[in-house]
Design a binder for this molecule. Structure first.
Ligand code: AMP
Ligand code: FE
Ligand code: FE
Ligand code: ZN
Length: 297
């Protein structure tokens, strides 16, 4: 299928997980940022898909429906983007439900630990997480900000929420090979998110890369602010070795992070490859293209 998108950002979050904008606000901001195709990839749930689809059609922008699935390796957590899979696939919906349930209990345990040192409660966190379906540390950070204990999410992560700060608790997540298998069975295309966060900056080791490629890994997110320039060159080499798709994206979280929409983009031919491999749901192409908003409108 020939797509005509040129400015494609394939990794963003809404309030349905730990972004600060609704799916509709996210779509409108994407148009204002000059994007013509957006990927919505909330953590461990697809509840934002329908609203985003309506908003994208209205706004005249393409939409790639996706998710950022939590996985865990021997050397720590690894995020797996998945695009255009069937959102009703039983194995995948059961898996994400289990992850979300574990996320919630784990967040309660983190708050119980924090509450020994700071005036923060579980009710504070629930007030912040609102409509979010996947609760995470960013919502705890927001509660700490609301209480005036820290100034922003970044300070909360630096002081209290990073794994070595003394309050951390893990949550259940599948092995990446299992996640890749399930994503492919659901017709989706799995792409390792910000690989620099794996293996303390070294990325997936050779053995894991090999096993992931065998299981059907589709691609690597190369252009992401967390991947240093020299590491991107290494990732391009790995992608050539395994014939993987290479993507770029902002990982926008609204006001929750400094990342700006469109700060990294995915080359159009790489999106074509994702679309060719996917059999779950189609990429949404608007009937009518957005015209760039003028400042006065
Ligand atoms: P969790 O999902 O609970 O493990 O929390 C990880 C999430 O926190 C990631 O998806 C990021 O969006 C967010 N995050 C990580 N570090 C920071 C930071 N320094 N500032 C703001 N958000 C962060
Ligand atoms: Fe996040
Ligand atoms: Fe991530
Ligand atoms: Zn993300």
């Amino acid at each position: 299928m020939a797509l005509s998108f040129t400015r494609i950002d394939l990794h963003t979050h809404s309030r349905v997980s730990d972004g600060t904008q609704s799916p509709t606000e996210l779509i409108d901001e994407a148009v204002a940022a000059g994007l013509d195709c957006l990927g919505l990839t909330d953590h461990d749930n697809t509840d934002g898909w329908d609203e985003a689809a309506c908003a994208a059609e209205q706004a005249g922008i393409g939409l790639v429906r996706g998710i950022e699935l939590s996985t865990i390796t021997r050397s720590g957590s690894m995020h797996m983007l998945a695009y255009l899979f069937d959102p009703t696939n039983r194995a995948l919906t059961e898996l994400t439900a289990e992850i979300r349930d574990s996320r919630e209990h784990r967040a309660e345990r983190i708050v119980a630990r924090l509450a020994k040192d700071f005036p923060v409660t579980w009710a504070d966190v629930l007030a912040q997480s609102g409509e979010a379906k996947a609760i995470g540390r960013p919502h705890i950070a927001d509660a700490l900000v609301e209480r005036g204990i820290v100034t922003d999410r970044t300070q909360a992560f630096d002081r209290m929420l990073h794994p070595r700060a003394g309050y951390y608790e893990p949550y259940f997540a599948p092995d990446p090979v299992e996640a890749i298998t399930l994503i492919r069975e659901a017709g989706g295309v799995p792409v390792v998110a910000h690989p620099a966060t794996v293996g303390r900056g070294a990325g997936p080791d050779d053995d894991l890369m090999h096993r992931m490629a065998d299981a059907g890994l589709g691609g690597l997110e190369v252009w992401h602010r967390l991947n240093p320039p020299e590491f991107r060159a290494h990732l391009m080499q790995v992608a050539r070795t395994y014939d993987l798709i290479v993507t770029g994206s902002s990982d926008y979280h609204g006001a929750g992070k400094p990342n700006r929409l469109g700060e990294n983009l995915t080359p159009p031919d790489q999106l074509e490859r994702i679309v060719e491999q996917a059999t779950g749901v189609p990429v949404l192409q608007p009937q009518r293209r957005a015209t760039q908003p003028s400042k006065s409108s």
